[in-house]
Design a binder for this molecule. Structure first.
Ligand SMILES: [Zn+2]
Length: 240
């Protein structure tokens, strides 16, 4: 039978067999798992690196939340325009035909390329939407006095959406295809094509300004009494 951990933090009720170390300065290196103390506030531009494997542990960012929020809203607007306006038009012998990003994926499906169509839809339409949506919800959730546990869950899955968001790959593919088609037909670039270019830059800026550590510090992921404070630190810390 598992031994119950008992303490005065109230955590024993929700986590009967485990509890976090109530020291926000402690961080495990994502590269080699070395646990170390890192200063919570770093000067903008400064970074803390693991002494064992040189992985970056924390980077100081100025006004991270507000900047990321502004960039995320801008990215959301560009994303909507990208997916609702034509991306490319072709003009052959007097006939014009335009297509959107979704239209491209649908055409691939109709042409019998179902797997490619699903991949294109996932990497170019769904993953960027989730990447922008998750980040927007995380930042808005953090503006609450006590952010809920759902903020932590969304933040945990955010890197997955970031990995699969491949708008820049589509942009390179479209530009390569354009140079090849240009000899056969007159190509008309649509508004969405320029928006995709802007979106690639905005997504990169959004991610580089975002500081997940700041979110984790604000998330109320356990009972309110469990927040580290001089009054409820575990015995091993308060004794020192
Ligand atoms: Zn390390």
């Amino acid at each position: 039978m598992a031994e119950r951990i008992t303490d005065a933090t109230g955590l024993a009720e929700t986590h009967p067999v485990n509890r976090p170390l109530a020291d926000p300065a402690l961080a495990a290196c994502p590269g080699c798992d070395l646990v170390q103390r890192v200063r919570e506030e770093l000067e903008p531009g400064a970074s803390a690196r693991c002494p064992r494997c040189n992985t970056e542990l924390r980077r100081g960012r100025k006004d991270s939340m507000r900047r990321t929020l502004a960039l995320t809203i801008a990215a959301a607007v560009l994303y909507i325009i990208t997916n609702t306006t034509p991306m490319l038009g072709l003009q052959v012998v007097g006939r014009e035909s335009f297509t959107t990003v979704m239209g491209g994926a649908l055409q691939l499906w109709k042409d019998g390329q179902e797997i490619v169509a699903v991949l294109v839809f996932f990497a170019v339409v769904l993953a960027p939407a989730l990447q922008i949506g998750f980040l927007l919800l995380v930042i808005l959730g953090c503006s609450a006095k006590r952010p809920g546990a759902w903020v932590g869950i969304l933040l945990r899955y955010h890197p997955f959406t970031q990995t699969w968001s491949m708008i820049e790959v589509m942009l390179i593919g479209v530009l390569v295809a354009l140079t090849k088609i240009a000899e056969l037909a007159h190509v008309i670039p649509g508004e969405a094509l320029f928006c995709v270019g802007g979106l690639v830059i905005l997504l990169a800026a959004m991610q580089s300004n975002f500081d997940p550590e700041e979110v984790w510090r604000r998330v109320q992921w356990v009972s309110p009494e469990a927040q580290p404070s001089p009054g409820n630190l575990p015995a091993e810390r308060t004794a020192r």
